[in-house]
Design a protein. Structure first.
Length: 271
């Protein structure tokens, strides 16, 4: 149990003094508990459960969730059931609708006002489409592309390096996410000129994982280094052959030509 007490204190980012004061024991007593030299009294166990709203099965046996009220796992507002009117249709939150969406993401009547489209292959799940703004996700995503996203109901289960649309009160962003300690995510841009930053779970309204995109960008893939070298070599050979032809033409006009053995001979025009 002492290991769970220590891990809980670190999870809550509290000093021994701060933690001890919340459960009405001294810092010295807490130090003895964490080191395994002293067992918890019944009153201390009760104080722990009350002070931090712990689940007793986790505290006593190490099973189940830590806290009695887990409010950080589910992104608030992410719909868990599709509206029937939008079965197999995907609402599109375009740039004009973004401001209204931040205030009305839970309002089914507002969602009905959004344009909705059927996209083949996106039938089983809850989906939204969003516009990409800016250049922070180049080369993965370009401005004005449309991303097709699926609702995430438990953000703690999101795997690292996933591309997501994150909804907060400050706006809508598209980033690559990485899970951090203390219930935070690290948000990264694919464009290296943009800095990464952290976002607490509690500041997140919705998370939508990107599953596809609609694009008008058709860029040529960069050639591998070897192909570049071969292409450059072929270009140089072509230029060299052109130069040789020009030299031969110049020599011929000067009254000389080369025979098949590479020996100089008079041309017919010079006789």
């Amino acid at each position: 149990m002492e290991e769970r007490i220590l891990s809980l204190r670190k999870l809550l980012d509290l000093s021994q003094k701060e933690f001890a004061s919340k459960i009405f024991i001294t810092q010295a007593a807490l130090s003895q508990i964490e080191s395994g030299k002293t067992n918890l009294s019944t009153s201390t166990v009760y104080n722990l459960i009350e002070a931090f709203e712990l689940r007793s099965d986790w505290l006593l046996f190490g099973t189940g969730e830590i806290f009695a009220h887990q409010t950080i796992e589910t992104a608030k507002g992410t719909p868990l059931k599709p509206q029937k009117i939008y079965d197999q249709l995907i609402p599109f939150v375009n740039k004009d609708a973004e401001a209204g969406y931040l205030d009305n993401f839970e309002d089914s009547e507002f969602i009905k006002t959004l344009g909705a489209y059927r996209i083949p292959g996106y039938d089983d799940g809850i989906f939204r489409m969003f516009n990409v703004s800016g250049d922070s996700m180049i080369p993965s995503l370009y401005e004005n592309e449309i991303v097709i996203t699926q609702a995430v109901d438990d953000i703690t289960n999101l795997q690292n390096n996933r591309l997501c649309v994150i909804i907060t009160q400050d706006g809508i962003v598209v980033k690559r996410i990485f899970q951090e300690e203390k219930h935070t995510m690290l948000l990264k841009s694919d464009n290296p000129k943009y800095k990464s930053y952290k976002l607490a779970y509690n500041d997140i309204i919705e998370v939508w994982e990107i599953k596809g995109k609609i694009s008008s960008e058709f860029l040529n893939e960069a050639l591998p280094a070897q192909d570049h070298e071969e292409n450059s070599m072929a270009k140089r050979l072509t230029e060299l052959e052109k130069t040789v032809r020009q030299l031969k033409s110049a020599i011929h006009l000067d009254g000389h030509a080369m025979d098949g053995n590479g020996m100089e001979s008079k041309s017919k025009s010079a006789k």
